[in-house]
Design a protein around this ligand. Sequence first.
Ligand code: TRP
Length: 365
Amino acid sequence: MSTTKPRVLTGDTPTGRLHLGHYVGSIENRLALQDQYDCYFLIANKHAFTTRADRPAEIRQSVVDIATDWLAVGIDPERSAMVLQSEVPAIDELTFFFSMLLPFNRVLRNPTLAQEIKDKDLGDKYPFGFPLYTVGQCADILAFRPQLVPVGEDQLPHLEMTREVARRFNQLYCGVDPQTEDADHLARGGLMPVIEPKLGRVKRLVGIGAPNAETGQLHKMSKSLNNAIFLSDDADTVRKKVMSMYTDPKRITGKEPGEVDPAKNPLWAFHETFNSDAPWLQEHRELYRAGKVGDVVVKKKLVEVLNDLIEPIRTRRKQFELRPDEVIEALRRGTRRANQVAEETLALAKQAMKQDYFARTLSIP
Ligand code: TRP
């Protein structure tokens, strides 16, 4: 472990297995960052309780699924810490203090939170802890004082809140002048970095289904919308999903000849995203538009492309499925490492807040 490298923090809420949307939205970035950064990847198991407090066994299974997926895609637990949120108490302690730095109405106006309330049809029936999770996410991040936070586009409102918390903390407790530029907060004595998000190569991968009947927009890939291709799907499932994929009946692939409009046609959105065979793409895009090649040919090629990507992941996953102890062990070691950083942040935060009365230690055996 190197403590001199700048840190990266990101995470997943364990709601099920990882799919291709996660892969291009964030996983690719994580794999690329493992070498140059001290990486912390968090499984936000407490956040899963916001909507599934009545299904603890399901949440436990999802935690194991996500950790297994991470190992399968190539997250290396020797280099990157795989962290179980519920065993990093400093996160909860920071959450309480941070919750005092944000007006309640500001939290409720968080667009991602508002969208989730709408999508999940929660009305006003959500628990107190549901809006609280967004403040918790500020603590997930700032507990690690990271330089980079690789996320998908839907997480940007949470990152904006995190930036507000950091500024406020530094102003109130570290004497940082309110006029200070975000990038200068640490140099001016602030404890919390005003972090920059790092978006993935593809901000929003579409699902395999038909567009929204009202808006005409394709849905994003999501487990709950039943339109996902999972990194653990077997070859035949991938084939079936692709062969049944929605295609635009008008064969629209773009505004200009040869262009692809992924907003209209998921088949081509997937090719654009995953097929690196540029000459094939160019040739078939034109043939497709001209009606000289059918969906089946283009779909068959996509099956090949996706199975080439997923096959090694699938194979490694099978090996880890046989060794669940190893998966838990990776979490234990990563969480232990995470606590070293998070406890240090908490101690420094308490010092800044003048609540450092005596020392305390925490250990995972
Ligand atoms: N909210 C994120 C999601 O649903 C998961 C998450 C929790 C996270 N804590 C985080 C992401 C901290 C980035 C940083 O995917």
